[in-house]
Design a protein around this ligand. Structure first.
Ligand code: PLP
Length: 372
């Protein structure tokens, strides 16, 4: 008889809860058409050039991928004008986050620092690794209390997480404030890396106003993460990357599972980088949809937070319950996101969809709100 047990950190673990999947909802409600606006995926689907690349390379799937992803490294180096020696690639940003925590933090000794609420994967992966988590609450309007976050940083801090634009609010601080914060961390905790998660940065109106990567001005204690899951339309293939100090990047490649980025993901990623037409359409769709949904939800009496990303955080007018709204829309085939896991039971998050999805969402919102 097996008498082992799980590590205490795993016994206590509250797992990451993803948005509901289309299949789950189709089965549950027997609906023909489902619109998923819950996970901030690309509203236009997969870039056509990436679809072609996946089909073209399908016959190679029996081969192991080449180690080190050299072609993708070269393409990303060119895209961002940074040295290949500073770039790492992983099975989504998720793998990059997990591996950096394990590489940089000694269990039961070091800590990570993040806001509360924040993207749940940072504290969850830290907990799995037995690394302490120190948190600072967001301000009432979801903006960042940088002084409060800095106050959490101590000698044992190895990673400080920032998400810009932030999830779930869409808030994005200006570049000067972020640069200043990085300098303060360097002074207070020289062993801490400020890891900035820019999963949604390319949806902002002007990247150079918000991103140290876009402005070509990355301080030596800063790492920046990006992903192919959102604007590049490849969430299902799992591909993310980061720009890191060279010593960390070098260790990352030694520590990473050798084949975690699969062969089709690499080919699709390379093709997606070349699909300029898809990219322009994506940005136009998101910017137009963001304005349409913001204006329309406000006209219905909802409170909508300004967003630089491809989703909106909103609250219903007095008297309407977020959970009822979520369930009513679900039964009509529209999946949005409840924010219980972010400890925001009164708020909802909706991903910007394509024209058809946005129209269906607004129609059902109107119907729900006129029924209360
Ligand atoms: C969607 C998202 C990511 C992307 O994660 P992948 O593993 O690359 O799919 C990263 N950070 C945040 C905050 C996100 O919302």
């Amino acid at each position: 008889m097996y008498t082992g047990s799980l590590r205490s950190q795993i016994c206590a673990l509250d797992p990451y809860t993803p948005g509901l999947s289309i299949d789950e909802i189709r089965q549950k409600y027997g609906l023909a058409q489902i619109f998923k606006m819950a996970s901030n995926e690309n509203p236009l689907g997969v870039p056509p050039l990436a679809q072609e690349a996946i089909a073209r390379h399908a016959g190679e799937a029996f081969r192991y991928p080449r180690g080190g992803n050299p072609r993708l490294l070269a393409a990303l180096s060119k895209l961002h004008n940074v040295s290949e020696r500073n770039i790492v690639i992983g099975n989504g940003s998720d793998e990059v986050i997990d591996l950096l925590i394990r590489m940089l933090c000694e269990p039961a000794k070091d800590n990570i620092v993040c806001f509360s609420p924040c993207f749940n994967l940072y504290p969850i992966q830290a907990q799995i690794s037995g690394v302490a988590i120190k948190r600072c609450p967001l301000q009432e309007d979801f903006s960042f209390d940088f002084n409060g976050l800095l106050a959490q940083v101590d000698d044992a801090t190895r990673l400080v997480f920032l998400t810009t634009p932030d999830n779930p609010s869409g808030y994005c601080p200006k570049i000067d404030v972020v640069r200043d914060f990085a300098a303060k961390i360097a002074q207070k905790a020289p062993k801490a890396l400020l890891l900035i998660d820019e999963a949604y940065m390319d949806f902002s109106d002007d990247e150079t106003a918000y991103s140290l990567l876009a402005a070509q001005d990355i301080p030596s204690n800063v790492g920046i993460m990006r992903t192919f899951s959102k604007s590049y339309g490849l969430a299902g293939l799992r591909l993310g990357y980061a720009i890191l100090p060279e010593v960390i990047a070098e260790g990352f490649w030694r520590a990473r599972l050798p084949f975690s980025v699969n062969l089709l993901a690499e080919e699709a990623g390379l093709a997606a980088l070349n699909d300029q037409c898809f990219r322009e359409k994506t940005m136009e769709t998101v910017r137009q949809g963001r304005k349409l949904l913001t204006d329309s939800l406000q006209a219905m009496g909802c409170t909508v937070w300004p967003s630089a990303a491809n989703f909106l955080l909103f609250r219903l007018p007095q008297g309407a319950k977020a959970k009822d709204c979520f369930e009513t829309l679900l039964a009509r085939g529209i999946i949005i996101r409840l924010l219980k896991s972010y400890s925001l039971p009164d708020h909802l998050r909706v991903s910007i969809g394509n024209q058809q999805e946005n129209a269906a969402f607004l129609k059902e919102m109107q119907a729900f709100l006129s029924g209360i």
